[in-house]
Design a binder for this molecule. Sequence first.
Ligand code: ADP
Ligand code: DAR
Length: 347
Amino acid sequence: MRWDGSSFPEFTPDNSSLLRRHLSKELFEQLKGRVTSSGFSLPRAIYSGVVNQDSSIGVYAGDAESYLLFSSLFDPIIEDYHGFSTTDTHRSDLNPATLSAPNPDPAGQYILSTRIRVGRNLAEMPLGPAISREQRKSVESQVARALSHLGGELAGSYYPLLNMEEAVQNRLIDDHFLFKTGDRFLEAAGLNRDWPEGRGIFHNREKTFLVWVNEEDQLRIISMQQGGDIEAVFTRLVTAVKQIETTVPFLHDPRLGYLSSCPTNLGTAMRASVHICLPKLGSDMPALKKIADSHHLQIRGIHGEHSESESGVFDISNRKRLGISEVECVQGMYNGVVALINKEKNL
Ligand code: ADP
Ligand code: DAR
């Protein structure tokens, strides 16, 4: 679908996005002339959701100011997705000691791997949809410099996408370490401008600690490893986030927590996931979805968002990221995974 942004967009009858649910014609007329100090407008914020009628959310912020200037659209979407109202406040808990998540599958029968990531963006910078080419290159150099000072288990190297051999890039993607390219939702949001310049990946030798630079967010800080030692993965991530934040100030709001381009990644901006093999339960998707919904879990495919599960392996993670703490994100995922494993065992 094409759209020039001047008039209220058309939505197809099967469009179930939060954008369609919360953008009225009146609200569009009220907001369409507003522009943030980065030059970001409402039409740019909703363009991805208009040209991708299969969007689940459909909006992106271009800067911190977007969440204020377009709050009459963002706030209802935030409440719908996270259950977080305008009177709620976000709180953080990055203390591994308050997490109780002993490996739920020590024999390795079900959980193939665990990954916990947070999104972060730099303070004083626009978000990806509104950032300039020069600002994006500055983010890359600031982050690469900060990561070069990490020591011990976190020590590693930064690999820009610009000169990366295609075979190396494809191998990193296939092995679940690197972000995919050409996402049409990010493209329409303006997040892929000047691609691949300014984008890259940092990782340690074991690839248990990785940082994506300038994909959907300016940083995706990732801890991951084979098996179900969720506490170890969380501890590594927290150690890294706290060390990086000593040299790179993150964009943070007292009410919304860490700010991200997509409103689904506000607050903790944390997604804690396991790749789990559930061959029996996986053949009864209504039963799997019922347990996932009761624990506020999201089911993704083997290659992450917009992918399918393969041979009974699912990506199971927390759905909510705002209005709950980091420990509660991981604890909630853990409790749901325990319930899924118990169900699989009983089938
Ligand atoms: P994000 O988690 O950053 O929102 P995606 O859902 O697209 O992004 O996942 C990014 C990559 O991480 C994909 O290759 C996906 O297969 C991989 N991934 C996610 N969770 C796990 C996991 N528990 N173990 C291994 N790889 C994972
Ligand atoms: N694809 C967009 C964003 C959904 C949430 N996932 C993110 N942010 N990667 C949509 O509206 O479907």
